[in-house]
Design a protein around this ligand. Structure first.
Ligand SMILES: [Mg+2]
Length: 293
């Protein structure tokens, strides 16, 4: 068919050709998923031929919305729906963010290593496996926060090697009562974030395993609560529960109050609130949150 377009050029337009007779009838029917309304779908369906073969008809009652379609339409919808159905529905993705925080009040930041998760216990177990004659107290009663600094130059490389082994971080046991306490905080309406610093020179497995650890012990819903940063001073929050004796960074006056979580290497810190065990969180943390309102 010849025609002239808007710029005066002759064009050839192919006439519409119906699908070949070998095409399965249901494939020529409009897709109900793309119809703008039931009425539009019914208009499109009015040009169809006879109803679908018996084998294409639904074997079970149709969902109530489909009963509003004409019979032929409903049959086609049922065919489309059944062909699109998956035997196992896709898993529900975890939330991208925790619930909103009004004015960023009542935000509890919790460190992971040696606060929420027992870093030293897993390290001691692996250290003794590598050096059977050593006492674990040299680890569990250590005096320096950075673990490798507690060993002399000959043994420090072994300490680093143990920490760098894939599967190390995921094996940490939760601190006693930590999982229960965190869930109690959330249930009480407080906003909890896991605020953790990756190991400075061993982040490849550390970061991924921290996510896996949270998923393992808290579930997918808590993944959105992970904050991984080397500088916690720039993170907003009301309190930070952390075993590190002094949490320093670019911000000299962080928004949060540092609550020291009990460890052998922070016993000297007496000027800050202290959380000895997670079961005491209401006595230690709640007054600080209320004072910040
Ligand atoms: Mg820590």
């Amino acid at each position: 068919m010849m025609s002239v377009n808007a710029v005066g050029m002759a064009t050839t337009t192919a006439a519409w050709v119906p699908p070949p007779a070998t095409t399965p009838r249901r494939c020529r029917r409009p897709d109900p998923a793309t119809a703008s309304s039931h009425a539009a779908y019914a208009r499109a369906a009015s040009s169809w031929g006879p109803r679908l073969p018996f084998k294409c008809q639904p074997q079970s009652p149709l969902p109530s919305p489909l009963r509003r379609f004409p019979r032929r339409c409903a049959v086609a919808v049922a065919v489309t729906s059944s062909s699109a159905a998956s035997p196992t529905p896709p898993p529900t993705p975890p939330p991208l963010f925790p619930p909103p925080v009004p004015a960023m009040k009542n935000v509890i930041l919790i460190d992971m290593d040696n606060t929420l998760a027992n870093f030293d216990a897993e390290f001691a177990k692996r250290w003794v496996a590598a050096r059977p004659g050593d006492e674990t107290t040299m680890i569990t009663e250590r005096v320096h926060f950075e673990l490798e600094e507690n060993f002399d130059s000959e043994l420090a490389p072994l300490a680093v090697k143990i920490m760098s082994t894939p599967g190390f971080f995921i094996e940490f046991a939760p601190a006693p009562g930590a999982v229960t306490a965190v869930k109690e905080m959330v249930d009480a309406g407080y906003t909890v974030f896991f605020c953790t610093a990756p190991h400075p020179f061993q982040y490849e497995t550390c970061v991924a395993e921290k996510y896996a650890w949270v998923r393992k012990h808290f579930g997918d819903d808590y993944l959105a609560r992970i904050i991984i940063t080397r500088d916690k001073t720039v993170v907003k929050g009301t309190v930070l529960i952390d075993d590190k004796p002094a949490v320093k960074g670019a911000e000299e006056a962080p928004e949060w109050t540092h609550v020291v979580f009990q460890a052998s290497y922070n016993k000297e810190v007496t000027s800050k609130p202290r959380l000895t065990q997670f079961s005491d969180w209401r006595e230690v943390i709640v007054p600080l949150l209320e004072a910040a309102q």
